[in-house]
Design a protein around this ligand. Structure first.
Ligand SMILES: *Cc1c(COP(=O)(O)O)cnc(C)c1O
Length: 248
């Protein structure tokens, strides 16, 4: 490709992303209006997983300030490429402790905190890097109260104890709760009920930890239900960037 073709390709992609962002923005605004909430009470996080750093750069030019990734292997080089941009990086994937040092080097928040061992590792690396890392506990609403979700996350009964661990851990800041609507189980197909359950858990959490007021819920297909339930952050990938090739 010539430089000119490159430039035209980027311009086309930017227009596409701008259109998609506009549509998502309208959906969030409409959902806020329906719920009687202020638009600024909901933050859009664009999930850029599987898409290149060039897209992250275009999104930043279009005013996006929060991006999320779910695999360290992809996220680390992308974040390095985009280190000059005014972005907050969220890590939302299942996290192995051997990836923690890398993730802590670029992530501002980890939304998928789901076990004590991970809290210990995140704390150690945040202290080492002299960073304060925001932490959300990932709640699996399809798990038994004290169980675990198939794709990570703690059962609702484990929130209080893990929250206390994060709150006490040096280098970590307890910011709130995150969930992915379950496909199966009691909440399968009932996204709004799932998100309302997460809100109830958030209310209990905030009684003990008032600053932990983030509620991250809702994706491309169910952001309206999340806003209706009271989510403060929605995580949108496909509706902004397009359908991901393969699993992501
Ligand atoms: C991929 C992903 C999203 C975004 O999903 P879309 O359906 O593409 O909007 C949100 N949250 C998590 C944890 C994800 O892994």
């Amino acid at each position: 490709m010539t430089d000119l073709q490159d430039l035209q390709g980027l311009q086309g992609r930017k227009e596409e992303l701008a259109t998609n962002l506009g549509t998502v923005e309208e959906r969030i605004s409409a959902a806020c209006a329906t719920a009687g909430r202020k638009r600024e009470d909901v933050t859009l996080i664009v999930v850029t997983k599987t898409y290149p750093a060039s897209d992250v750069r275009l999104l930043a030019e279009l005013g996006v300030r929060h991006v999320a990734e779910n695999r360290d292997q992809d996220a680390a080089p992308k974040a390095a490429d985009c280190a000059d941009l005014p972005l907050t990086w969220h890590f939302v994937g299942q996290l192995q402790t051997n990836k923690v040092r890398s993730v802590v080097s670029y992530a501002d928040l980890v939304q998928s905190v789901d076990r004590a061992k991970l809290v210990t590792a995140l704390s150690k690396e945040a202290v080492r890097a002299e960073r304060e890392l925001g932490c959300l506990l990932q709640v699996a609403l399809d798990a038994e109260d004290d169980g675990r979700g198939e794709r990570g996350g703690i059962g609702p009964g484990a929130v209080e104890e893990l929250a206390a661990r994060v709150a006490e851990a040096p280098g970590l800041r307890l910011d709130g709760l995150m969930t992915v609507a379950p496909l199966t189980g009691a909440y399968g197909g009932r996204q709004q009920a799932a998100f309302e359950r997460l809100m109830d858990l958030s209310t209990v959490l905030r009684a003990a930890h008032p600053a932990a007021n983030m509620v991250s819920a809702g994706m491309s297909s169910d952001l309206e239900q999340a806003v209706a339930a009271g989510a403060t952050h929605v995580r949108v990938g496909t509706a902004v960037l397009g359908v991901r090739p393969g699993l992501g």
